[in-house]
Design a protein around this ligand. Sequence first.
Ligand code: ANZ
Ligand code: ZN
Length: 861
Amino acid sequence: MCDHCTQTHNEIPPYDAHAIEAKWQKAWEDENLFAVDEDPSKPKKYVLEMFPYPSGDLHMGHARNYTIGDAMARQARMRGFDVLHPIGFDAFGLPAENAAIKHNTQAGEWTYKNMDQALATMKRMGFSYDMDRLVKTCDPDYYKWGQWIFEKLWERGLVYRKKSPVNWCPGCNTVLANEQVTEGHCWRCGSVPEKRELEQWYFKITDYAQELLDDLEKLPGWPERVKQMQANWIGRSEGAEVDFTLCDADGQPIQGDEGKITVFTTRADTLFGCTFFLLAPEYKGLMELVEGTEYEADVRAVVAGAEKVSAVERAQGTLEKHGAFTGRYVVNPVSGQKVPVWVADYIVSDYGTGAVMAVPCGDQRDFEFARKYDLPIVPIILMDDEREALEDAGESIDTYHAETVDWDSAHAAEGTLVQSGKYTGMRGGKHSEGEAAIVADLEAAGTGRRSVQFRLRDWLISRQRYWGNPIPAVHCEHCGIVPVPEDQLPVTLPANLDLGAGETLAECKEFYETTCPVCGRPARRETDTMDTFTCSSWYYLRYCDPHNEKLPFSKEAADRWMPVDNYIGGIEHAILHLLYSRFFTKALRDLGMLDVDEPFTNLLCQGMVKDANGETMSKSKGNVVPPSSVIDPFGADTMRLAILFIAPPEKDFDWDEEAVAGANRFIKRAWRIVWQLANAGDASARLIPGSLDAAAKKLYRERHRTLAKCTEDFDRQQFNTAISAIMELVNAASAYLNATDAAPEARDAALCWLVASDIVSSLAPICPFWADELWHEALGHTESVYTAPWPEFDIAEAATDTVEIAVQVLGKLRSRVEISATATQDEMRAAAEEAAAKWIDGKTVVKAICVPGKLVNLVVK
Ligand code: ANZ
Ligand code: ZN
């Protein structure tokens, strides 16, 4: 007898998550089930999750990231794609060094141990990776190719060295790229970087600035906000360069800097409002202007103060502004006015020309500076309401005159130009009529020209750290800096550095002593390593061809698999990693190594997993929920189901114990229903839709409807609603089983079998162990459910052929009746009269008002 009803069924085995999961982990591994087929007759699908940094075991954020990708990959496999779904580790980086120092081990040892632990958790979670393609960036056979790519980029002129003020992080003891200074702090340790003048290696990403911006349009599958963040970071600005003539207090030209200083401005229309002129503290030639003068000391003080603050913060303009007069002047090429030159710390040297025409009436930063140092503010642009007020007062724009303003902030940037010579009356603003007119005149006079500026800076890639990919270069006194010959790659990291004692590569003789590959004389190896972001900029290409010993990857393999169809990862990578990867793809394309312009067609940024109170999980807060805390009691399938069911993938969610318990209840229930259906079912019976009875017909319709919904939701990656659809199917199946309990022999065996298969198949991408167990044990298959196709459905079959209509008598609802969806008015009336017989009772129906599909109102007398 069955516990749940009064019938005798075949035995239903209990759902034992742990036994099942262990069994299928092993079976899939033995069978190498998730290896790529390399079957060119099938369409390809490349599903990729951002690979982890192996800092310890996986956390909930990883579990969510990989579960999303795995559901996509498994479903794609069932839908007939040849799927590439690889994993690896972003294994170089500072935490390994710090841990090595702290725990007195080697950075490599610590890293490999962590990778093993993470791999074991991935296996428990049932992720369908092609393990044959595992990539660890700290393996010499991976980083060798990173060095090789570096040398190719070098040959192409995309690598150079430059001495410049760089962000030196005192916490990490290394320089940082601009991108790695977020809100004035090191992205990793939070220290405030210092400026240091150092010779460093750069990648010339700015060569691709325009293309990186333009091609965002080729990415409709990326979240808008990510594209916006990239566009802002690239920061294209259209404007003009304007040459000012340098002079002394008497207006005598000075021959410094060829006698002129050029500014970049987006607002040439405001030239008549330029009342002073600003130089960045790092401006080349600034010191020559003041040396030996009474102004030197004040200027030096501003320069020294600026060194303590990062350029990023200074440019934000939110800090208190500091400046000093240089004693020099410039002459405005349009107005002929002579204005004083100041140094100001909110001007940065690496944007535009490092010199600015200050227009305090229109620019808030200049306004604040003018107020602080009592410099003139002359209004040269009227906002529309100011202009109307002027005209109402009967005054003319042409004769408008004001030498100063009583405002407390700069005014709107757009309006009508006034006090602007022949440009008075024109529209002013970015890309305005006035701007165009002034730039045209400047061009004609040779004192200005159109110019486009990008915020994007070249990528500073050298790091003075040990645990990274060595830059393959040799410094020779005779030959200069030369690349390590290709046949000597990789330059391998020495294993036994004493990090604890503070030893660096630059102090490791064994490493740096070498001979020059050109002249053979003793030489010194470069001891900087590459930013680890270089390693993660092309790993997705190595996955296409992981064992290639001649190249980082073959063109053939890249052409087969690229671009990645679905890339899944955190929004924290919206700028750095994604921008660098896009740059690498384009540069490698230009080297002829692959054909695509963009590496990632669709990008999904998964939301964060927060604790039950909506707080970000972190070790320091002690609120981390480790994946094992769910897998241990419930199994990985419950964990995966809960993760995908709690919220759509791109939304943040709060960790919810109740949802986990709910997911576990559903899995168990679905398990029983599938077994019951399978026991009642028959694989060889033929399903004849026309001969199904009403209850069976209802279930049959429901399966088409829910599968259509589920499939569509999978396509939109809305797994939570896909799961809801599967739950509805399980409910419908359960209702059918209950309705037919009295006469189980009358159940439609073909239908039961079909629906059992449907439930298992549709849940298979989400609960893989559960699914393969049922597929084999309840449904008797000998091959994995992932070799079976995704269930087919026909949305037309979901349409019902009957409708329920309301029956009213004299406008009062009396009954409901089910009639054919195609019933005529006469048929509707007849059905209504029958259903409402007792309210008609002896009276005559004089009229029937029929609303097809909805109701019949009977008028009686
Ligand atoms: C005159 C002016 C008038 C400006 C006005 C703005 C408003 P975007 O749009 O971001 O490209 N600028 C130029 N170089 C600078 C530097 N190195 N450091 C700080 N500021 C700099 O910004 C361009 C504007 O930023 C330029 O246009 C310049 O100020 C300033 F009502 O020139 B403008
Ligand atoms: Zn040499």
